[in-house]
Write a protein that binds this ligand. Structure first.
Ligand code: FAD
Length: 543
């Protein structure tokens, strides 16, 4: 029988990827509880990152140049102020990671060895042992977190719902409900919270083909939205052009750094097709490369990443992770091309936050991939997400520390075990999740159109009705619905959002858009109307 866990903190962080753990460390010595659906180090995209962290630390680079590349990649809707702020904080956060013993690659003079990735104007990505950045960063942070007495870790607990008190402007987060897979008859109620931080990562597991872990179901997006948080830019989903296409779930990734080193994309006949599509060929922005790869596959030409000339026999040493994943699938990338396909990789949209990671709901912060700060616009620049995770985690921690230190009587959260109101049917849940993934990949994937998006909405509604009462299905369908509704309403193509029925970019729509769950629900009851508020680029600050 599972014992009821204890918490010594009134600050709870949900999610133990880079964003969650960095927030916890930055809050230290203030007590915090970190809730993680999986064991630490598992279930987090952060541990799987290959390329590294974008940061203007090279002699030929500046934070302004980094911000400019970010703004250009974001296809017209990056919040310029946020881009400059995050690029400007990068060096300090890299120094923090060094202090946590992250072994970044350096040359004999102690300078960072930097990688070049698509749409960066210079070599700018700080890396570890070639392609092992995520693993190395997370190992260092987990060791530090485990040695930090102010951090309590609840492993194997999944957040399902936030508890709030008050209405309107008085509404604030006071607690949350957790569940354990091995204790389905119960749910755990955490109360007396002063602050909650959602750091639950992305939405990849809502798609059939994804590079993300299975925990990335958009739980945080749905949980935040159910508590009244504003969702921004949900339609912008990034598909990585070179997932290794060997029928594994999740799909292993062939990092973009391979193309940075000169690897080429070829069809089954060996023709290099990107040179006809964009002046930067394989190093064009991700959305353009992903669509080109998608079209090669759709037209039956096939698509392969050829590293044999650019990397060849050095593959095993320089890209050990990719090499291992290829060899496990029976492909030797040093002598043969790797079959690749686009896979869901990153969600640019999320819970709208200000420059301190605050959402519009009192007591609720969001950091990392679950948040939408305005940095990525319609298309994330490669290796900007780990940077955003650490910069925004530090900013949120600062903000929370100020809030809590101004409390006259700090409280301590409590956890109680309650009988669950719903006994999950695990078979039906798995079937529901599989249907969501199929629907999202077929109808809200690399290319979208009105008919397919409407079909997706109808299917999601059916899945939600069939899974009514199961919090996992409810949260997954809410997260998926935000993406589909937003994609339906953006009648243009921009960045990661490609509509075959609206193929052009419309300058009139060059702005970030927000939605709320209450707005969607109201729209259902009115069955008409456009209930989207709009925030012009650069003007997205909430507080
Ligand atoms: C294969 C791969 C390679 C990548 N390479 C790079 C790269 O080189 N550079 C770069 O900048 N970005 C890269 N990215 C993107 C980057 O890794 C992620 O955007 C970033 O790590 C997100 O960090 P996070 O802390 O927000 O989320 P995550 O690291 O995904 O962590 C989320 C955490 O939340 C937990 N969780 C989820 N739901 C719940 C719930 N309901 N209750 C409790 N816990 C929950 C998860 O178990 C996990 O601990 C890559 C992504 C992938 C998948």
């Amino acid at each position: 029988m599972t014992t009821t866990p204890k918490t010594t903190a009134n600050v709870v962080i949900v999610g133990a990827g880079l964003a969650g753990l960095f927030t916890a460390l930055k809050l230290s010595p203030q007590p915090v509880t970190v809730v993680s659906g999986a064991a630490l180090g598992e279930g987090a995209s952060s541990a799987w990152a290959q390329g590294g962290i974008a940061a203007a630390v090279g002699n030929d680079d500046t934070p302004d140049a980094h911000a400019n590349d970010t703004i250009a990649a974001g296809a017209g809707i990056v919040d310029e102020g946020v881009a400059r702020l995050i690029a400007g904080d990068a060096r300090q956060r890299i120094d923090d990671l060094l202090a946590y013993d992250v072994p970044f690659d350096r040359d004999q003079d102690g300078r960072y060895v930097l990688s070049r990735e698509a749409a960066h104007s210079v070599k700018r990505v700080v890396r570890v042992q070639g392609d092992r950045a995520g693993h190395a960063i997370m190992s260092a942070l987990i060791a530090t977190v485990r040695a930090t007495p102010s951090i309590t870790i609840l492993e194997g607990y999944e957040a399902q719902e936030l508890i709030t008190s008050g209405d309107g402007p008085q509404q604030r987060v006071t607690g949350l409900y957790l569940a354990r897979a091995d204790d389905a008859a119960a749910r755990y109620k955490v109360t007396d919270l002063s602050s909650a931080v959602l750091a639950t990562g992305g939405i990849g597991a809502l798609y059939r083909l994804t590079t993300n872990p299975s925990h990335a179901r958009g739980d945080g997006l749905a949980i935040g939205a159910r508590a009244g948080a504003i969702v921004s830019d949900a339609e912008f989903v990034q598909f990585h052009p070179t997932a290794i296409d060997v029928e594994q779930d999740p799909a292993p990734l062939a990092t973009e750094a391979l193309r940075g080193e000169g690897a080429t994309l070829v069809d089954a006949s060996g023709r290099r097709f990107m040179v006809d599509i964009h002046k930067d060929a394989e190093l064009a922005p991700r959305d353009i490369v992903a669509r080109a790869v998608h079209n090669q596959i759709a037209t039956g030409n096939g698509c392969f990443l050829d590293c044999t000339q650019a990397i060849g026999q050095e593959f095993a040493n320089r890209f050990p992770t990719v090499y291992r994943r290829c060899m496990e699938a029976g492909i030797d990338p040093s002598i043969e091309p790797i079959p690749v396909a686009p896979a869901e990789h990153y969600h640019m949209g999320g819970l709208r936050t200000d420059a301190s990671g605050r959402t519009n709901v009192d007591g609720l912060w969001a950091v990392g991939e679950v948040a939408a700060t305005g940095l990525h616009g319609a298309n994330r620049l490669a290796s900007n997400s780990l940077l955003e995770a650490v910069v925004m985690a530090a900013r949120a921690a600062d903000d929370i520390a100020k809030t809590v230190s101004s409390d006259t009587q700090p409280t301590t959260g409590t956890v109680s075990r309650e009988r669950s109101t719903h006994l999950p049917d695990f078979g039906a849940r798995a079937a529901g999740l599989a249907m969501i993934r199929e629907t999202m990949s077929s109808n809200a994937g690399v290319e979208r159109d009105d008919a397919r998006l409407r079909q997706a909405l109808a299917t999601l509604k059916d899945i939600a009705e069939a899974g009514h009462g199961d919090p996992v299905i409810e949260n997954a369908t809410i997260a998926a619905r935000f993406i589909v509704e937003a994609a339906l309403r953006r009648r243009e193509s921009r960045g990661g959002h490609a509509r075959t029925d609206y193929p052009d970019t419309d300058p009139e729509q060059a702005r970030s858009r927000t939605m709320t769950l209450a707005g969607l629900t109201l729209r259902d009851s009115l069955a008409s109307g456009e209930l989207f508020s709009e925030i012009t680029a650069g003007g997205g600050t909430l507080h």
